[in-house]
Design a protein around this ligand. Structure first.
Ligand SMILES: *Cc1c(COP(=O)(O)O)cnc(C)c1O
Length: 360
């Protein structure tokens, strides 16, 4: 099956803009007349420095990152930040964690190794189908930071407000970064694994308020210290060069589409048509509560695991790939990240209608 016949709904690594892949293919063997690919040039060369600065500048422009905040391009995935965040910010004190899904739960568990964790909210009792309201959040006195995950990739829920806190806000935006405008100045730290909306796996973007740097525990490895990484402009050691190059190409695409405002409109169009159908469906059941629905990951199921499997199989045979839900939840999931064309959501909608027609 060709790329033209395929829509990839994978949760991450996930679909990337075709224009970014085409540019990478064109420049693969000879990057800008160097006779080498980006994979083969020194990370200390002027040619790579241009790639690095360009990617960072475009990201700063797209997210309107203020001068108070530094953008770090690091390795280790979002999971490494589960440890790096408490190591750098908890200072032997307490941090508040809102647990609204798998990844925030894992982050809270990891943080317990480095300090005290107060669970500010936990939505496990209803299968993580909702987001707590501001009034439901509980805070510990003198919390070093408040942690939450903006979009719950596995459960398909999303915070539709920014929590009001006294402590600095720390947010995992792995699955919704660049899908909407964000007031970065409200955050102490934002981070995101790149493989959902930005680049291939292997790169993590950290946007840190520089005023929070320098508080790390003495055991913090240098490579995980925000202070060190800020001081070395993320070039303490070899960075994920290829991923940073791809990040730049994806940012070019986002800019050409009209930036995060355009991404915001697109996500509403894509997810909106699927949710509208789910609301009236006689076969499919949506997972998330209406007010907590994610624009990036739509989770749903049929009445049986067998029928779910049939849906996944048949969809794949028509080029609609990777619609199986996560093993924690079962069911079905359509990840509709920035690079998913509206036509992809439309093709999925048409297939869902037809499948329903045949099964009720
Ligand atoms: C995918 C994902 C992670 C885990 O990312 P890794 O890079 O695999 O560690 C964490 N948080 C969220 C919200 C995710 O979607």
């Amino acid at each position: 099956m060709s790329r033209e016949q395929t829509y990839n709904f994978a949760p991450g690594p996930s679909t990337m803009p075709v224009s970014a892949l085409e540019t990478a293919a064109r420049e693969m063997l000879d990057f800008k007349g160097s006779g080498m690919s980006v994979m083969e040039i020194s990370h200390r060369s002027p040619l790579f420095q241009e790639v690095f600065d360009g990617a960072k500048d475009k990201l700063r422009r797209l997210l309107s990152v203020p001068d108070t905040h530094e953008i770090l391009l690091v390795q280790g995935g979002a999971t490494t930040q589960f440890a790096a965040i408490p190591m750098n910010l908890i200072e032997g004190g307490t941090a508040d964690y809102a647990v609204t899904g798998n990844f925030s739960g894992k982050a809270a568990e990891e943080a317990k190794k480095y300090g005290a964790v107060h669970i500010a909210a936990d939505t496990a009792d209803t299968g993580h189908d909702r987001i707590p309201t501001q009034a439901e959040l509980t805070f510990s006195p003198d919390a070093k930071y408040f942690y939450y995950c903006a979009n719950n990739t596995i459960f398909g829920t999303e915070w539709h407000y920014v929590p009001e806190t006294v402590a600095p806000l720390v947010c995992d935006m792995s699955s919704d970064i660049l899908s909407q405008p964000v007031d970065v100045s409200r955050y102490g730290l934002i981070y995101a694994g790149a493989q959902k909306n930005m680049a291939p796996a292997g790169l993590t973007v950290v946007i840190a308020d520089k005023r929070l740097a320098g508080r790390e525990l003495p055991i913090t490895p240098k490579i995980l210290s925000y202070k060190t990484m800020i001081a070395t402009d993320s070039l303490l050691n070899t960075p994920p060069c290829w991923c940073i190059y791809m990040l730049g190409l994806t940012m070019d695409w986002v800019l050409a589409q009209g930036g995060v405002e355009a991404m915001d409109a697109l996500k509403r169009e894509r997810a909106g048509m699927i949710y509208d159908f789910l609301d009236d469906s006689r076969l499919f059941l949506p997972h998330a509560r209406v007010d907590a629905r994610s624009y990036m990951n739509v989770t749903f199921r049929t009445p049986s695991a067998e029928l779910d499997a049939e849906f996944v199989r048949e969809a794949a045979s028509r080029g609609l790939k990777n619609l199986k839900g996560h093993k924690l939840t079962g069911g079905l999931r359509a990840s509709l990240y920035n690079a998913m064309p509206v036509e992809g959501a439309k093709a999925l909608l048409d297939f869902m209608k037809e499948f329903e027609h045949r099964h009720v």
